[in-house]
Write a protein that binds this ligand. Structure first.
Ligand SMILES: Cc1cc2nc3c(=O)[nH]c(=O)nc-3n(C[C@H](O)[C@H](O)[C@H](O)COP(=O)(O)OP(=O)(O)OC[C@H]3O[C@@H](n4cnc5c(N)ncnc54)[C@H](O)[C@@H]3O)c2cc1C
Length: 308
């Protein structure tokens, strides 16, 4: 819990009241986990840099939350500051020269729809990923052979007390990873897209959406792929399927029958249920395939997998 003076400093930096003991379950797609000590919504890069300075001055841990679509929060919550981007940091606009500039808090799906309306192609395969543009950069989100890192031209980052624009080429993107400078938050992204007919872009998006609907559970609470694909050979989903993980249940969570790399919250799942299933799935793949799966989902709070 933050003392009154520190809370006031954060609120002055953000220009609005924060929420103490803030539920995080409703802010994640999986829908489980405990509260954060403080949640601050921040609507400009300058305010973010100021709030990060306050955190640095008091040695307070912070975490930037996008749409929580790749996140498992501990049932005991997190005793730090959670930052969410809001206001102008959720807006996107098309620029000349095939560019689309987005606040990092904008939804990737909305960015893709705006790109389509502006006759810009490139984001179609990523349109169904339920994350923010900033979360997509941090995770180098990708689908059907396209990763957002290959579309990014410039990225605005904030650190305690300063913000800087970087050419995206200076960031190292790899499979579901971007090497962002330590303690930085992405606040804006310029994507370089290709001119195309809006209707053709929409049709391609719809086709990817159909493919996604066939391959993944839809309308259920999940956090996307829980494990990373190994660098070669079968995908995590295939390994989990071959190891008999589909349909496993524990408490309120189960391994999807549609895709074995998705864990579903059936309504009452706790983070502990999800971890139990992840441990069990990992053990089965290790025992039957000799492969150690690594988590793709990010953890927040006092939570983690058991050693194999
Ligand atoms: C149904 C479903 C389908 C999915 N399909 C795919 C898919 O096809 N491909 C794919 O790659 N992923 C997929 N995902 C996973 C997820 O949507 C992506 O990883 C997404 O990019 C995460 O974005 P987010 O805003 O939700 O990030 P969060 O889950 O909120 O955070 C993830 C990480 O990003 C960091 N982060 C968030 N915002 C910022 C920021 N502004 N600056 C710096 N760091 C930040 C967080 O601190 C955290 O470490 C899927 C998830 C679901 C639920």
């Amino acid at each position: 819990m933050f003392d009154r003076k520190v809370l006031e400093e954060f609120e002055a930096a953000a220009g609005r009241a924060g929420t103490t003991d803030a539920s995080l379950d409703r802010l994640t797609t999986l829908g489980c986990g405990g509260p954060a000590a403080l949640l601050l919504e921040i609507d400009s890069s300058e305010k973010l840099a100021a709030a990060m300075s306050v955190a640095a001055a008091h040695g307070i841990d912070w975490f930037v939350l996008g749409y929580g679509s790749n996140l498992l929060v501990a049932d005991t919550g997190w005793d730090g500051l959670v930052i969410r981007l809001s206001g102008e940091l959720k807006e996107c606009k098309a620029q000349s020269g095939g560019r689309l500039e987005c606040g990092a808090g904008a939804s990737l799906t909305r960015a893709a729809s705006l790109a389509a309306a502006a006759g810009l192609s490139g984001l179609e395969p990523l349109a169904g990923i339920p994350g923010s543009v900033g979360g997509a950069i941090a995770m180098n989100a990708g689908a059907w052979g396209t990763e957002i890192g290959s579309l990014a031209a410039r990225v605005l980052l904030c650190l305690p007390g300063e913000c800087r624009a970087l050419e995206a080429g200076s960031l190292s993107f790899s499979y579901r990873h971007c090497e962002l400078p330590k303690d930085s938050v992405v606040t804006r992204v310029v994507l370089a897209l290709e001119p195309a007919e809006p209707e053709a872009v929409r049709e391609t998006m719809a086709e990817y959406s159909r493919r996604r609907g066939d391959a993944q559970p839809s309308g259920e609470r999940t956090c996307g792929s829980v494990f990373r694909n190994p660098s070669e050979g079968a995908s995590a989903g295939e390994l989990l399927d071959r190891s008999g993980c589909k349909g496993l249940e524990h408490g309120g969570a189960s391994v999807s029958q549609v895709h074995a790399n998705f864990i579903v919250n059936r309504g009452t799942a706790t983070a502990a249920d999800v971890i139990w299933l992840m441990d069990e799935c990992r053990r089965r793949v290790h025992d039957s395939e000799g492969i150690v799966l690594e988590p793709e989902v990010r953890f927040l709070g006092d939570i983690g997998l058991a050693p194999l």
